[in-house]
Ligand binder design. Structure first.
Ligand code: PLP
Length: 389
């Protein structure tokens, strides 16, 4: 039986969530219709909104349902940027190159097509953003800054950004902050109310809900220009018929995740630390990434010198372990992770990486089995050599 250790890519649909999802999938009615069928579907949707607002600590009216993390990030980045151009031209977007492509690509599109400018905040070799640099930059340029976008936790190397420190800085200059919290919500404590954020992206399939549902939390004080136009649903920020069953499934997954957060953190940190110690003992040529930084409890990321991460990934898959190299594969061509390159790694170094992400069903035995299989896989991957070596 293969061992799934790629929860950060997507996590299995939880049985409790599936039950709730199936129960509501057959409910007939458009939540915007006035008749009793419509009102039934509306009730399901509003119960989900209420429950999500409790799980992420926000007001229920701040929950905007979307199709997932990519849509939420696009709506926040483009919507905040366009909104800020309405009264005054503020072309600058401040972000970091360690962000997910769901944030980087909309920013680069705004630059290419809409006259925006981007400034990438420097990150150190651990992947932490330089807040001193950010403060100095805002002091000098705040009147031209449209928005800041910095993720709550990095999906590849697991580094957590101190979001309240970012928003404390930004609020001095009246600059709205968006955070991609897709990798953070359900993994670490996240309170929107005390975050100081204007917007925050969530995705269901990273926490045991189905693929295709997510939310953008939009503070009541924040206005956004919407990306898609139509029926004016979701405070006119996201037109389209709402998916009550998926919203209910997301709510259930978030409810479970917040109930289990502390126990999960303790259990998975323990397993993760044992994995890191065991992997480092394999060879002095293996390094663990971002050790010493504030990190997600369920993420381990390694560099295996002298081999390609793709070979290692393939060999581990053949041995029954699903892990990730964390980097994009565009049109079948392996590309070194932009996150690691932003952290100052060389192309060769960045291509020998493996991310192991743990979750609900990960056991001690899974970690033992992976540790037993790795030395052989690493030796074979080294014999296969580097991609261009
Ligand atoms: C940090 C982060 N942001 C955004 C996304 C995109 O989310 P979705 O797959 O729900 O569109 C992902 C998914 O890989 C992610 O890890």
């Amino acid at each position: 039986m293969a061992v799934y250790l790629d929860y950060a890519a997507t996590s299995p649909l939880r049985a409790e969530v599936l039950e709730v999802y199936l129960e509501h999938l057959s409910v007939t009615g458009n939540p915007s219709s006035v008749h009793s069928f419509g009102q039934g579907a509306r009730q399901v949707l509003e119960e989900a909104r209420e429950s999500i607002s409790r799980s992420v600590d926000c007001n229920r009216s701040e929950v905007i349902f979307t199709s997932g993390g990519t849509e939420s990030n696009n709506l926040a980045v483009k919507g905040l940027y366009w909104q800020r151009q309405r009264d005054q031209s503020r072309p600058l977007i401040v972000s970091a190159y360690t962000e997910h492509h769901a944030v980087i690509d909309p920013i680069e599109w705004l630059v290419a097509e809409q006259g925006a400018e981007v400034v990438w905040v420097p990150v150190n070799e651990l992947g932490e953003v330089d807040l001193i640099w950010l403060e100095q930059f805002l002091e000098a340029n705040h009147s031209r800054v449209a928005m800041i976008a910095l993720m709550w936790a990095n999906n590849e190397v697991g580094v957590v950004t101190p979001i309240p420190s970012v928003t404390a800085l930004a609020s001095r200059f009246d600059v709205p902050v968006h955070s991609d919290a897709v990798a953070a919500v359900g993994h670490i404590e996240v309170s929107f109310a005390s975050s100081g954020l204007s917007t925050m992206a969530i995705s269901g399939h990273k926490l045991g809900a189905p693929v295709g549902v997510g939310a953008l939390i939009v503070s009541r004080a924040t206005k956004l220009v919407s990306v898609q136009h139509g029926g004016g649903q979701e405070r006119s920020m996201r037109s389209g018929t709402m998916n009550s069953a998926a919203a209910k499934a997301l709510a259930k997954a978030l409810e479970l995740a917040s109930q289990e957060l502390e126990a999960r953190r303790i259990r998975l940190t323990d397993l993760r630390d044992r994995l890191v110690a065991g992997v480092l003992a394999i060879s002095p040529n293996v390094r663990a990434t971002s050790i010493g930084a504030d990190r997600l409890p369920d993420n381990a990321h390694f560099t295996f010198s002298g081999c390609s991460g793709d070979s290692l990934l393939f060999l581990l898959d053949a041995a029954g372990f699903a892990v990730s190299n964390g980097s994009a594969c565009q049109a079948g061509v392996a590309v070194a992770s932009h996150v690691l390159i932003a952290m100052g790694r060389s192309q060769a170094d960045a291509s020998g990486c493996i991310r192991v992400s743990l979750g609900l069903s990960t056991t001690d035995e899974d970690i033992d089995a992976l540790l037993a299989a790795l030395p052989r896989a690493y030796a074979s991957a080294k014999r296969a050599g580097l991609p261009n070596g």
